[in-house]
Design a protein around this ligand. Structure first.
Ligand code: MG
Length: 110
């Protein structure tokens, strides 16, 4: 999948979520809800990383459903992009700009 394809999916998901959660029609509420959701998704990713390394309590590992490490990475990325979409941030431009800054940081170290 390309970044363009991912952005198209995020726009479609944005429309579906707005249709399914009319109680979040207020933009500020939507941004807040998605930011809380991102926190939830980061927590789920953290739990998968702990499980991947067997660093969870055995009781948690026993009740664990099928491993979902890749899906949790995807959830974090999609939820992040949904927040960016709601705030009008072009994530592609943001990534390009950030990558330039990171590369420059290392170039300056030489
Ligand atoms: Mg998740």
């Amino acid at each position: 999948m390309t970044l363009k394809g991912l952005k198209q999916f995020v726009k479609k998901e944005d429309r579906r979520l707005k249709r399914n959660f009319p109680n979040l029609a207020n933009r500020e509420k939507m941004v807040l809800a998605r930011t809380v959701k991102l926190s939830e998704e980061v927590g789920e990713l953290a739990a998968e990383v702990l499980a991947y390394h067997n660093w969870q309590r055995p009781s948690k590992l026993i009740n664990r459903q099928e491993p979902n490490l890749a899906h949790e990475f995807a959830d974090v990325i999609i939820t992040t992009m949904l927040i960016a979409e709601e705030l009008g941030v072009d994530i592609e431009l943001a990534l390009i700009d950030k990558i330039k800054k990171i590369d420059k940081r290392y170039q300056d170290e030489k």
